[in-house]
Write a protein that binds this ligand. Structure first.
Ligand code: SF4
Length: 387
């Protein structure tokens, strides 16, 4: 006799087979979700008859450093349901093109004895036909077409633009290089060879945190999330980490065990607030003013009222603070204006590319100096003369 006693008829529990079948698999493989996600979490993919049936998190991440918490658990809700996207009826698996456009192109091609470039040129020169397919944008009406046809149309559209306006009027977007290296390389290489302009994925999504290039001069110089653990203070702003950096959010929570002070600045009491020491409920849209006020306090206390050598040396070495700015009259006051250009000063009035060079004061001689490194010195291709 079984030590489990079925208190009801086993036949009535046949529905449980549904779950047993649902999680059947004949092998597991390792993978991640490389479609516009830089999380790179490691997953066990359970496969049955060549079909992904379910996924679960891998638990074998190497330890980065003994002093840091382990990486597990990693993963997110979007990732664990990723296999649904693979087999979704909504997944795009072949080219779709707006019906109004392909009809117009086919008609022109027939009229042009099958000459694709002539067909596209005629279509572009016919205001009425052009407007018709342009007005159809945003209204659906997509139709499946063959790759040959859509590649031909893309090719002639690029050739037409290059012939009429120049190749640098062809702007392209290539996927995130960190995630889709081959796609990125193919698009980037094509645009280079063609003479077009390669926009970054950030330009396309419009989600570049502009403060990054403005402050550090390069795009998203982000630290490894595990390093949050070493922070003295974390200011979380514009990111509900649970939602937007799910696999790494645990480092934020764990950092508090290491003495990190965590502050969240957000209009709403978002999920991440629960980990924080403090929640600052900024009004929506006031973030910029808040951080300018913070910067003001830092500069006043560490630069003006009390000069701190570490801070001063850092700003001299790594920021553009030493460059002179013009003072502008504002009522009875003088306020800082734009950067002083080298050719606005008598000693440098004839210097080449003087609009593109800026000025410091030499600490020893107290003379004006024009340091190297400004775009007037390095952008030889863009500027008429070498500096
Ligand atoms: S963050 Fe989510 S979607 Fe991205 S790799 Fe990790 S589990 Fe996948």
């Amino acid at each position: 006799m079984s030590w489990i006693k079925d208190i009801i008829s086993p036949q009535t529990r046949q529905w449980e087979e549904f779950y047993r079948n649902r999680f059947q698999h004949d092998r597991t493989v390792r993978s991640t979700h490389g479609v516009n996600c830089t999380g790179g979490c490691s997953w066990q993919i359970h496969v049955k008859d060549g079909i992904v049936v379910w996924e679960t998190q891998q638990l074998d991440y190497p330890v980065l450093e003994d002093s840091l918490p382990p990486y597990e658990p990693r993963g997110c809700q979007r990732g664990i349901s990723f296999s649904w996207y693979l087999y979704s009826p909504l997944r795009i698996k072949y080219p779709l093109i707006r019906g109004a456009l392909i009809d117009a192109y086919r008609e022109e091609k027939a009229n042009a004895d099958g000459d694709p470039l002539k067909a596209w040129t005629n279509l572009q020169n016919d205001e009425e036909k052009r407007k018709k397919y342009q007005d159809a944008r945003g209204k659906g009406g997509f139709r499946r077409v063959h790759w040959d046809e859509v590649l031909e149309l893309i090719a002639v559209a690029n050739l037409y633009t290059a012939k009429k306006y120049g190749p640098d009027r062809v702007f392209g977007f290539s996927p995130i290089p960190a995630m889709s290296m081959l796609s990125y390389a193919a698009g980037g290489r094509f645009l280079q060879l063609f003479g077009g302009v390669n926009l970054s994925f950030y330009d396309w999504y419009c989600d570049l945190p502009t403060a990054f290039p403005e402050i550090w001069g390069e795009q998203t110089d982000v630290c490894e999330s595990a390093d949050w653990y070493n922070s003295k203070m974390i200011a979380d702003m514009g990111a509900c980490l649970n939602m937007t950096r799910t696999p790494d959010c645990h480092f934020f929570a764990e950092s508090r065990h290491n003495g990190t002070k965590a502050v969240v600045f957000s209009p709403d009491f978002s999920q991440v607030c629960k980990y924080a020491d403090q929640w600052v409920p900024l009004h929506a849209g006031s973030d910029g003013a808040f951080w300018m006020a913070t910067t003001h306090v830092i500069l006043k206390e560490f630069h003006h009222d009390k000069q701190t050598p570490y801070f001063i040396n850092y700003t001299k070495k790594y920021t553009d603070s030493p460059y002179l700015v013009k003072l502008e009259k504002d009522g009875d006051d003088w306020v800082p204006g734009r950067l002083l250009r080298a050719n606005e000063l008598e000693p440098f009035k004839d210097v080449s590319n003087g609009d593109w060079k800026f000025v410091n004061i030499d600490q020893d001689t107290k003379d004006f100096v024009v340091p190297k490194g400004a775009s007037g010195k390095i952008e030889k291709k863009l500027l008429p003369a070498d500096a």
